[in-house]
Each structure stands twice: as structure tokens, then as C-alpha cells.
Design a protein. Structure first.
Length: 583
């Protein structure tokens, strides 16, 4: 732009100088010719007066020669027939042509002042002619002529002067123009650069304001706009980042589509839920993007974009349950303008599993409670009907009722313990637990149970065990359940051991036996409530089916991990790892 302005500026200056020079030359030339004509006419009238008053012309040769030299003016006397009778610059008149047909002479013959400008063949010069009529017996026309060489030279000098002046003027005008253009274009260049920087994302660009004219006002307005734009963009970025963080961090899965049902947004949760990739779906039509996906069934081809939905869907691989809610996305200022639809997916798998577990738990508890209660009720009715009279039969029935009552109490106790552990209702009882002391408290009872079954029980506890944070009752219950479970399912002559040791990561507890073992297909469900590998034997041994479930929940409460290794007829080993920061 600067070059264009400069070229236009120079062109305008040049054209102005040239036109001014041409007009000046024309005016100078016209004025010069006018002056020449006026002087020639004056001189011609003087000579006419002199001729008319003196009469004879023979004595005028010398005077005309002096006049010619002084004024550089050629004087010619012409008779009535066009013959030259006297010429101040030509001595031999015989070779001169007849001048009667010359334009100025013809005009003089008519009684007027004749004027002409032409090349003279007699003296070979451009001349300016003025002829006037004379009242003389011989001389009828006096013609004065002056060469135009001076005018041409003068004009040439003027042209040279004008050209030099034009060149000097153009140079100075160019230098001044460059400075002026720099003053004019620099702020524009700064504005252009700042605008380009803003277009690249560098908001808040400023330009220096050095004047109070229109450009200065434009720069001031630009700076104000730039600051406001930066603030607005920053506010939008902060708002967008906040919204993105909120939407991305939401536990619910979110999918948003525009009014053309093209996917606008999928948060991280939805991508994980349904194994989707945002970069592959953004901008794609919803129906096409989900073709072949389990979600496709939610959106038929005639799907109403602005309809509300509340539905639960079930996935089978993996087995999950989701609740789907839809809501229309509206403009903040104009709620009647619908921008699209937002779909919210809530994973209710755990809720459904808990409901199923609750149902199973209620069914199992009902069944487990019903069996001893039915047995107790049956024997009580039998005793009422007369069996109480038979002492031996009565004692046997009472023993059975006692056994079932004990079993019923054990079942209720285990249910309460499991409930407390799951709800963590006794967190206030968590404190320092010395594992060695805890084991010493249960050793006597475990040895007595093992002695009854004729099973050897041994234990080893490291002397360097650190104190852990846990519920003492729960820890004791965990040891009792594991050891007692091993004694129950170890035949006569078998062995059960308890080993506790520390390592770099925490506490390691190992309970091993060489009993009947557990088949591999039962290991995954071993810690489920009321799950029994051998139901008949478990009931015979007085088990409630909740012992290992309680153990698992206690371990999880201490942020630990439990696993089991077993082979049929080879024995079973339980491995528990408890971190030192178990609280």
C-alpha cells in the first residue's frame, strides 16, 4: 500500500509540474509574441512617420543598418508592385522574390497592419513579420521582421528550467511524501500487524497512539476493542474450560446432539461406558454414528429430537444397566430457540446388583431361618401331642431344639455382624490392634475345637509385627472364621496352621489346611453369602454360609486383599495382605 501511495503521489506531483510548465510555456510564448508584435508595430509606425516626413529614401540605408544592428530587426521597403526597394540585411536586391503575394504585404495593401510568422528563404531563419501601409510616392509598405531564435532559445531554456525544477520538486516531494506516508502508514501497518496477531489468537494486542487525528482515534478505539476482546475471550475460555471440566468430570455419561441430530459432545464417562471415541463421532449424525452399536436401538430413524425420554437399557457384554434421560438444550436468552438434545446416562448396574443381592439375601435368610424354625416348631408340636411324657424321646427332642436354636442364633449373629461391617456402623471402635495378642486370645478356643476333631493346630506370629489400625472385634472374628473353617473341613489327623508375618508392604496372613479341598469351579463364588460347596456337610457342621463372606468384608474394610488356592483332597490356603495404612 505504501508503494502504491508513493507512486500515486509522485505521479500527481509530476503531472502537476508538467501541466504547470506547459501552461507557463504557453503563456510565456504568447506574451513574448505579443510583446514582439507590439514593439514591431511601434517601430514600424516610427519608421513610417520618418519616411512620410523625409521624402527621399536614398539616404536611409545607413540609418536602417544601424537600426537593424541595434534592434536586430530587419526593415524592408516594398513598392506598390511588391518589389523590394530597400532591405536592411540584403544589399543585392536583384535576387529577391516579389513580395506582393506575402500574407502580411497583401494585408498592408488593403490598408491594414499585416502580421505573419514563417521561415524566410532569403535569410533562412524563422521570422515574425509586421507590415504597415505607407503614404509615400515610392514606398507603399514598410515591413519589419525579427528572428524567433531568441524566443525558441528562451523557450528551450524555460523547458530545461521547468524540467530541472520538476525533477528537483519530485525528489523533494518524494522525500516529503515518504516521510508523510511513513507517518500515515506506520500506524496502519501497526494496526494491520496487531489485527493479524489477534487473528492468530494473540488477543490483547496494543498499538502506540502518537496523534489525536482520525488515525489516533482509530488506534485508541482498536486498543479499547482489543482489551475488551481479550477479556471476553478469556471469560469465554474460563467459562468453556469450567463447563468442559464439569461435563467431563461428571459421573453420568453425557451425549449432546444439535438440531440436525449431529453429535456435538461426548464426555469421558460416556466414552468409557459405551466404548466410544469422541474424535470419531463429533459432527457425525447420531443414527449413522451409532449404527451397529447397542445404543442404536434407542434412536429410531423417526427419532423426535425434542421429545423427553426416561428409559432403562440393559447391556449384555458386559452385563450392565443404564438409565437414560433426555432434555432439550435451549438458548440462555431465548428459551424458545432449541439448540439440540442432551442425553444423560446413569450406570445403575451396582444398584440392580444390590437389589438382586438383597432379594437373594432375603430369600436365603428366609430359607435359612425357616429351616430351624420349622424344625423347632415341629418338635414343639410333637411334644405337645404327648411325646413329652416319654422322657427319653422328650430329651432327644429338646436336644434337637437346642441345636436348632443355637444354629438360629449363630445365623442371626452372623447376619448382624455382616450388616455392621457393610454399613461400617462401628467405625468408632477402630483402634490399635496387636495381632500377636489377638491370636493369643483365640488360640485356646481354636485348640479346643481342633482337639475335638482330632486335628492338629499350629500357629506362628512374627515378633516384629507392627500395630495396625482396625476394629479388634472384626480382626478376631476374621481369625476365628478362617481357622474354624479349616478345622471343620479337615478330616481326623489333619493339620491347620496360622502364620502371620510382616513384609515391606504390610502384613501377610496365611491360613492353611490339608483337608478335603475345594473344586476349582467353586472358588470364584466362595465368598458369596450363603454359598456352600457341600450344603449337606455344611449344615451338618453347623455352618451358616456367611463365615467367608464376613471374612472378605472385614479384609476389604481394612483395605486389604484376600485370595484362595485349593485342590480337592489336597487342602486349602487363604492368603490375606493388609497394608500398614489399613485405616
Amino acid at each position: 500500500m505504501k508503494k502504491k501511495f508513493l507512486m500515486v503521489f509522485i505521479l500527481l506531483i509530476t503531472v502537476g509540474v508538467v501541466i504547470s510548465g506547459m501552461l507557463s510555456l504557453s503563456l510565456i510564448k504568447t506574451n513574448h509574441e505579443k510583446d514582439v508584435k507590439v514593439n514591431l508595430i511601434k517601430n514600424a509606425k516610427l519608421i513610417k512617420h520618418f519616411v512620410e516626413t523625409n521624402g527621399p529614401i536614398g539616404s536611409m540605408n545607413e540609418w536602417l543598418g544601424d537600426f537593424d544592428q541595434d534592434t536586430d530587426t530587419r526593415v524592408t521597403f516594398i513598392d506598390a508592385f511588391g518589389l523590394v526597394i530597400l532591405d536592411s540585411q540584403v544589399e543585392d536586391l536583384t535576387g529577391l522574390e516579389n513580395h506582393g503575394n506575402r500574407p502580411e504585404i497583401k494585408e498592408a495593401y488593403k490598408g491594414h497592419i499585416g502580421i505573419d510568422k514563417r521561415f524566410s528563404t532569403s535569410i533562412e531563419r524563422d521570422l515574425y513579420y509586421v507590415a504597415i501601409p505607407v503614404d509615400h510616392p515610392v514606398v507603399k509598405v514598410i515591413r519589419l521582421s525579427i528572428p524567433l531564435d531568441d524566443l525558441t532559445t528562451y523557450i528551450d531554456n524555460m523547458v530545461i528550467s521547468i524540467v530541472v525544477a520538476a525533477l528537483v520538486g519530485v525528489v523533494f516531494a518524494t522525500l516529503l511524501g515518504i516521510r508523510f506516508l511513513n507517518m500515515f502508514t506506520k500506524p496502519l501497518g501497526d494496526l494491520t500487524q496487531a489485527t493479524q496477531n489477534i487473528a492468530k489468537g494473540n488477543f490483547g494486542e496494543q498499538v502506540a497512539v502518537q496523534s489525536d487525528d482520525e488515525i489516533g482515534q482509530l488506534a485508541t478505539s482498536f486498543n479499547t476493542m482489543s482489551v475488551e476482546l481479550q477479556d471476553s475471550i478469556q471469560e469465554l475460555r474460563t467459562s468453556d474450560a469450567t463447563n468442559q471440566a464439569i461435563l467431563t468430570s461428571m459421573v453420568n455419561g453425557l451425549i449432546a446432539v444439535d438440531h440436525d441430530t449431529r453429535i456435538m459432545f461426548i464426555n469421558r464417562t460416556a466414552q468409557k461406558m459405551f466404548n466410544l471415541k469422541e474424535e470419531e463421532l463429533i459432527g457425525q449424525p447420531l443414527i449413522e454414528a451409532l449404527k451397529g452399536h447397542d445404543l442404536a436401538g434407542l434412536f429410531p430413524k423417526d427419532f423426535d429430537l425434542y421429545s423427553s425420554m426416561k428409559k432403562e437399557i440393559e447391556f449384555h457384554d458386559p452385563h450392565r444397566y443404564y438409565k437414560v434421560f433426555t432434555s432439550v438444550v435451549k438458548e440462555k436468552e431465548k428459551e424458545e430457540n432449541h439448540l439440540g438434545l442432551l442425553m444423560s446416562f446413569i450406570d445403575v448396574t451396582q444398584m440392580r446388583q444390590l437389589e438382586n443381592m438383597r432379594k437373594d439375601f432375603v430369600a436365603n435368610v428366609s430359607h435359612e431361618l425357616k429351616t430351624p424354625l420349622t424344625s423347632i416348631q415341629g418338635f414343639v408340636e410333637t411334644l405337645k401331642e404327648g411325646a413329652a411324657e416319654d422322657k427319653a424321646l422328650r430329651d432327644r427332642f429338646i436336644n434337637i431344639i437346642e441345636i436348632e436354636a443355637i444354629r438360629l442364633k449363630s445365623l442371626i449373629d452372623d447376619i448382624l455382624v455382616l450388616s455392621d461391617i457393610e454399613k461400617s456402623t462401628i467405625d468408632h471402635n477402630i483402634g490399635d490392634v496387636d495381632l500377636k495378642q489377638t491370636v493369643n486370645e483365640i488360640v485356646g478356643m481354636m485348640e479346643q475345637i481342633a482337639h475335638k476333631k482330632q486335628v492338629a493346630f499350629s500357629y506362628h506370629v512374627s515378633d516384629r509385627l507392627p500395630v495396625i489400625k482396625a476394629n479388634p472385634v472384626w480382626v478376631k472374628q476374621m481369625f476365628i472364621n478362617l481357622v474354624e473353617n479349616g478345622i471343620k473341613y479337615t478330616p481326623k489327623g489333619g493339620q491347620v496352621s496360622l502364620n502371620i508375618q510382616d513384609n515391606d508392604h504390610g502384613i501377610k496372613i496365611i491360613v492353611e489346611d490339608n483337608g478335603i479341598g475345594i473344586a476349582e469351579e467353586h472358588l470364584d463364588r466362595l465368598f458369596e453369602r450363603f454359598y456352600r460347596v457341600d450344603k449337606a456337610r455344611s449344615k451338618k457342621e453347623g455352618g451358616t454360609g456367611l463365615g467367608l463372606a464376613i471374612v472378605k468384608h472385614i479384609v476389604l474394610a481394612m483395605k486389604g486383599d484376600i485370595r484362595v488356592v485349593s485342590q480337592v483332597d489336597q487342602g486349602t490356603s487363604f492368603f490375606i495382605d493388609i497394608p500398614l495404612d489399613s485405616k
